[in-house]
Structures are given as structure tokens and as C-alpha cells.
Design a protein around this ligand. Structure first.
Ligand SMILES: [Zn+2]
Length: 202
């Protein structure tokens, strides 16, 4: 039991440190996005207060009325790497977090779609670029103030057409050559661009 308690404490500490890192993850003071970290407190189905209950592995929030456990899992997201020659498509965020900072185009996966579908949908919503043949090159997990943690999957978009336009949630969308690239707001995106660059130069 001590081991279980100890490892939970260690995990929580690592998580909190991750959040602190996440807060420093934007380059602009313009961002102001202070929300409480996600927690299960009440049952979203019946509204009853949840009680920490042992599920055979560890105590988790549980609704006795619905006999259901609630799990805090990372939220899946997908982002696209769209290349025009040696230039990569980046978008400037028009929404918090990291408002005004640059990132890869992408967003959260909706229930009912695949990650491949999500990356193509987000790409078109944000930039107007219609993509096809997304190819998964890697994934990176990043602590997130909003949802606890995010798993970001990176896809190279093998085929695309259209001119980049700033659309939903974006104030600018344009291609940057490698030396011109601005700093990216999210560590997960920096990780995925590093994977992309390594593949390109291999
Ligand atoms: Zn319930």
C-alpha cells in the first residue's frame, strides 16, 4: 500500500510540475488563461456527488447510483505537417491558450471520428487547405491546464490543395522555411516538428 501511495504522490508531483512547465510554454505575456485543472466531482449523468472508491487498481471517482467509475485520461488531439517544398505550414492562434503564438494546425479529436479524419477536418477548418493521405509520424504527450494532459498525434499530410487562409481559431496561416520558423507554443508540437525534420533529413 505504501508503494501505491508513494507512486501516486510521485505521479501527482510530476503532473503538477508538468503544469508549471505548461504555463511557461507560451512565449507571450498576452496570454491570460487561468482555468482550474479538470477534476471529477459530480456525476455528469445523475448529478450525485462522486466518492473515491477502489476499483481493484486504485481509488477513483465513483457514482454509486450509476455504478460507474470516472477516469481522468489524456485527451487525444491531432495536428498536421503540411509542406510546400521545404516550407512548413504554421498557424497563429486567435484563441487561448497561447493566443497570438504559432503552432501546427490541428485540434481535438471529436467522438465519432478517427484521428485521420480529425487532422484533415481541423486543417481545413483552420486554414482552408484540403488535405488527403495523412501519414502518422509520431505522438507526444503534454500536460494541459484545461484537460490534465493531451496526446498529440502528428500527421504528415501527403497531398493537399488550396491557399492557406486564416479561418477558425486562427489569425494567420502561412508557410515558413526552416530558418524562418517562429517558436512554437506547445512542447508537443516542437517534438513532432523535430520528428518531421529528422525524417526529412534522413
Ligand atoms: Zn450518477
Amino acid at each position: 500500500m505504501w508503494v501505491r501511495e508513494h507512486s501516486r504522490k510521485a505521479r501527482r508531483l510530476a503532473f503538477t510540475r508538468g503544469l508549471e512547465k505548461d504555463r511557461q510554454d507560451c512565449y507571450s505575456d498576452a496570454m491570460s488563461f487561468d482555468v482550474r485543472t479538470f477534476e471529477w466531482n459530480f456525476c455528469p449523468t445523475c448529478g450525485a456527488r462522486l466518492a473515491m472508491t477502489y476499483d481493484g487498481e486504485q481509488p477513483r471517482p465513483h457514482c454509486a447510483a450509476c455504478t460507474r467509475f470516472f477516469y481522468s485520461n489524456p485527451v487525444p488531439a491531432a495536428c498536421g505537417l503540411v509542406a510546400n517544398g521545404n516550407a512548413l505550414l504554421l498557424v497563429r492562434r486567435a484563441v487561448p491558450p497561447c493566443l497570438g503564438e504559432w503552432s501546427l494546425p490541428g485540434g481535438f479529436v471529436e467522438l465519432g471520428e478517427t484521428t485521420d479524419e480529425a487532422v484533415l477536418r481541423e486543417l481545413e477548418e483552420e486554414t482552408g487547405i484540403r488535405g488527403a493521405r495523412p501519414r502518422l509520424i509520431g505522438a507526444s504527450t503534454q500536460p494541459s491546464q484545461l484537460s490534465g494532459a493531451v496526446v498529440v498525434m502528428g500527421y504528415v499530410i501527403e497531398e493537399w490543395d488550396g491557399e492557406p487562409l486564416a479561418r477558425s481559431d486562427v489569425s494567420e496561416a502561412r508557410f515558413f522555411t526552416r530558418p524562418q520558423r517562429p517558436p512554437l507554443a506547445f512542447q508537443a508540437h516542437r517534438d513532432l516538428v523535430a520528428i518531421y525534420d529528422a525524417l526529412e533529413s534522413a
